[in-house]
Design a protein around this ligand. Structure first.
Ligand code: ASP
Length: 316
């Protein structure tokens, strides 16, 4: 009778993957993982670096404002081992929404706080306050207003903001991170200022657990950027992790997520996803050429960048 030798399950090298704009933050996260730090700590640390970078106009400080010139932040964090999550939406005036989201997860019996309540809680925990509208992002806003035949004064009293938003919204971006640590725990974090010049109070996918991102240590994690409305309508990242659970590869899961988004009508056509499976395999897909993702494992001296698989929308 043939004998089988039980193979010891090899843990993958601790790794972090991110949207392309997260690349510069990856070495800091990998240093945490190399010292035995948790995936949760690593993704928060990476997100904080991008939040504090005024040059990234899609996240935190220097993020593009809403149509009224207010920078409204969405952020959330998921611990894939305890299945706990924390989230803030439409938060204004704080430098590190991701840390506020983590505090919601760890200190409150809630998952999500929005607007004034989120800001109140951020103050209670001593989160750092900041004026997020930099001279550059303000200039960009005023220029976009001008193209839509508005000024800061006229937009403040405009009655129907919807049509102005339609004209102004052209820019998006967000940063996301998924990590797997030495113990095999998976966690993810997403932080964003959302669509540039969005309708005030508009909340995207980034703070919606299971839409903007999701992690489950048993299977892996997934995170989206792009038209968040698509990820919300398809619950894209929970669906992706369910597919990992069924044994599909990271590459298959990433491409199916984009194909699902392509099948939706309305709310734009761009979506990007990164997927990290619990075995350390990772992949990413997009609807649009030229979108990359970044990754770094312990042992790599620097982060690497890879193109994403492109899944085109069929013309209908
Ligand atoms: N997903 C983000 C949102 O909808 C924006 C982006 O990633 O481009 O707010």
């Amino acid at each position: 009778m043939p004998t089988t030798t039980a193979q010891p399950l090899r843990k993958p090298a601790p790794t972090i993957i991110s949207s392309g704009n997260g690349r510069a933050a990856l070495p800091a996260g990998v240093r945490i993982l190399a010292k035995g730090g948790s995936a949760l700590e690593a993704v928060e640390a990476c997100a904080r670096i991008v939040e504090a970078d005024p040059k990234d106009d899609t996240v935190g400080l220097g993020g593009l404002p809403n149509v009224l010139g207010v920078v409204e932040l969405d952020a959330s964090i998921v611990d894939g081992t305890t299945h706990t999550a924390g989230s803030v939406a439409a938060l204004t005036g704080f430098l590190h929404p991701i840390t506020v989201a983590r505090a919601v997860m760890e200190q409150l019996p809630h998952v999500m706080l929005v607007g004034a309540g989120a800001a109140r809680f951020a103050r209670e925990i001593g989160a750092e306050e900041a004026d997020l509208l930099t001279p550059d992002s303000r200039k960009h806003w005023i220029e976009r207003l001008r193209l839509a035949k508005h000024t800061p004064a006229s937009i403040a009293t405009a009655h129907a903001l919807g049509p102005v938003v339609l004209e102004m919204v052209k820019e998006r971006g967000t940063v996301n991170f998924i990590a797997i640590d030495k113990r095999g725990n998976v966690a993810s974090a997403v932080t964003t200022s959302g669509w540039g010049f969005k309708y005030p109070g508009r909340v995207g996918d980034s703070p919606i657990i299971g839409a903007g991102h999701y992690s489950d240590t048993r299977y892996g994690g997934a995170a989206c950027t792009g038209f968040g409305e698509l990820a919300m309508r398809n619950v894209t990242t929970k669906t992706a992790v369910d597919r990992l659970a069924r044994g599909e590869s990271a590459a298959e899961v990433a491409e199916e997520a984009i194909a699902d988004a392509n099948a939706l009508v309305g709310h734009g056509s761009r979506l990007n996803i990164v997927v990290l499976a619990a075995n350390g395999e990772h992949a990413a897909a997009t609807t649009k050429r030229g979108v990359q993702y970044a990754y770094q494992s312990v042992g790599m001296t620097r982060a690497a960048v890879r193109p994403r698989a492109i899944v085109r929308r069929r013309s209908r």
